[in-house]
Design a protein around this ligand. Structure first.
Ligand SMILES: Cc1cc2nc3c(=O)[nH]c(=O)nc-3n(C[C@H](O)[C@H](O)[C@H](O)COP(=O)(O)OP(=O)(O)OC[C@H]3O[C@@H](n4cnc5c(N)ncnc54)[C@H](O)[C@@H]3O)c2cc1C
Length: 474
């Protein structure tokens, strides 16, 4: 049995692993990617012979990754998916906590005295006619291909979204040789007052702003048009790629009816990020609604302990707040986990990381407020009868609409799921939960929070049946 099991080798998981391993405890880290780094520090495959990727503007990433990879008390399992948390009693009748893991070698149970869920975030899905077509991709997918495979997925690119990641990504796409047709941003150009409110974000984050300015000047040098108050409203297949309709919106992001068309090879969506919380839900952790932080987040205390016994959480599942904050949360969680395992709490390290957490929080608070997506307006893009809402079960808008009209007492995403199967497929609702919840909110004139979240069941991610046989043999 390990002292600590961690899911996720991003900045949060790595920082926690080091804090606990440095105290002499054994740590196992499970990650479905091929190498440590998480979303932000994604690297080319090991076989290419490059130990590091490009980490700008995070100078501390190199040291973090090297210390993590070289630490004798840390065992890392890559290409390994944690698909459930199991509780029970071991053969000596002591309470046990286990991760159900699927890897290329089959299934296994990983036992640990404590668990830390540092599972990151994924791109926020937005449903509109054509969003499931080949060529319609998310910012995360495009960035992963560039960072890990040095691959450009198409030449002519339209970017549509509202998150500043779109500007950074546009810079990376231009470097990779793409022709960017247009960047369509849903929000308005920030005014002077809003910029002034954002000033507290600057101290300690000059390098991040420098990176953004660098990307913006590249965009301007290439003459790429940026259109504000514009959302994507439709994509249709063409012989040579996609036809993308972009629609002008009012300040609340509702369509004005005015639109224009572009032809492109790929359409990149970047409306924000959703915390990856399915494992926490399945493990019984209580959730908390935080729209600016990405939606449903994991409720935790100041030690980053969740409401489920012995399960801690750090990084994006507590709210999408960037790499620096993820590192600080992971480190603080690690210090408290080590203390819960019997080590003396390292007060100096704790106050150092707390200062870093507060500084990172000043940045993330501004970013979250400035770029919070208007979820209810975006959900209205899925209004046409045949628009797919749940792509796994192919549930279309017409069925959601009928369920809501015919059953006036339906108030929750789980009730819609029972009525028309949305969220019942292999992704367990990761793609449709936000749209269904916002559509219920619009139909019932209620908050999105009131629609709740899908229950998560084991396996939280698809695994082969063989894996079940393996874990039941143990
Ligand atoms: C596309 C994209 C671009 C981003 N760009 C920036 C940026 O420029 N600047 C910035 O500050 N932040 C950016 N972010 C936010 C970024 O996610 C965080 O800053 C940072 O990576 C968060 O660290 P983390 O450790 O919480 O999660 P992550 O770095 O996302 O790490 C989570 C890890 O958990 C693993 N994992 C998840 N579930 C499982 C499971 N069930 N089993 C096994 N492994 C699992 C994943 O494979 C991943 O490696 C971006 C996020 C995305 C999605």
């Amino acid at each position: 049995m390990h002292d600590l099991g961690i899911v996720g080798a991003g900045p949060a998981g790595m920082a926690a692993a080091l804090a606990v391993a440095d105290m002499g405890f054994s740590v196992i880290v499970v990650d479905e990617q091929a190498r440590a780094g998480g979303q932000i520090f994604r690297r080319p495959p090991e076989a290419w012979g490059e130990r590091h990727g490009v980490y700008r503007p995070y100078a501390w990433a190199r040291d973090l990754i090297e210390r993590f990879e070289d630490h004798p008390k840390i065992t890392a399992a890559f290409r390994a998916t944690a698909f459930g948390v199991l509780r029970g009693n071991d053969k000596d009748d002591r309470a046990s906590l286990e991760l159900a893991v699927s890897s290329p070698d089959g299934g296994q149970r990983v036992s640990a005295r404590r668990l830390l869920l540092a599972t990151g975030a994924y791109d926020m899905p937005v449903a509109f006619p054509g969003w499931t077509l080949p060529g319609v991709m998310t910012a995360g997918a495009i960035q992963s291909l560039i960072k890990s495979q040095k691959l450009l997925s198409g030449k002519r690119v339209v970017l549509a979204g509202s998150h500043p990641i779109q500007l950074i990504l546009a810079g990376q796409l231009l470097d990779a040789g793409a022709d960017i047709v247009e960047i369509a941003l849903a929000r308005d150009l920030p005014g002077l007052k809003e910029m002034a409110r954002g000033l507290p974000a600057v101290p300690g984050h000059v390098s991040i702003f420098t990176e953004a300015v660098r990307a913006l000047s590249k965009i301007m040098r290439h003459g790429v048009p940026i259109r504000w108050r514009t959302v994507v409203s439709e994509a249709t297949p063409e012989d040579t790629g996609l036809r993308v309709r972009l629609e002008t919106v009012d300040p609340s992001w509702l369509g004005t009816g005015e639109s224009h068309l572009h032809e492109a090879d790929i359409l990149v969506l970047g409306y924000g990020f959703t915390p990856s919380t399915e494992l926490a839900r399945q493990a019984g952790c209580e959730m908390k609604w935080d729209s600016a932080g990405g939606g449903w987040t994991v409720l935790h205390d100041a030690r980053f302990q969740s409401t489920a016994p012995d399960i801690f959480v750090a990084g994006e599942p507590t709210g999408v707040a960037g790499a620096e904050r993820a590192w600080a949360e992971g480190h603080i969680a690690g210090l408290f986990i080590a203390a819960s395992l019997g080590a003396k709490l390292d007060d100096r390290a704790l106050s150092h990381s707390t200062r870093r957490l507060i500084r990172a929080g000043r940045f993330s608070d501004v970013m979250q407020t400035m770029f919070e997506p208007k979820r209810k307006a975006l959900a209205e893009l899925s209004r046409q009868d045949e628009t797919v809402i749940c792509r796994c079960e192919e549930v279309r808008n017409r069925q959601i609409e009928d369920a809501l009209q015919n059953n006036p007492f339906i108030q929750s995403v789980n009730a819609v799921k029972l009525e028309c199967r949305s969220g019942m497929g292999v992704c367990q609702g990761r793609y449709c939960e936000g749209t269904v919840a916002a559509r219920i909110g619009n139909a019932r004139e209620a908050s999105i929070e009131a629609s709740g979240y899908y229950n998560a069941h084991l396996p939280v991610k698809p695994v082969a049946l063989q894996v079940y046989r393996d874990i039941s043999k143990d």
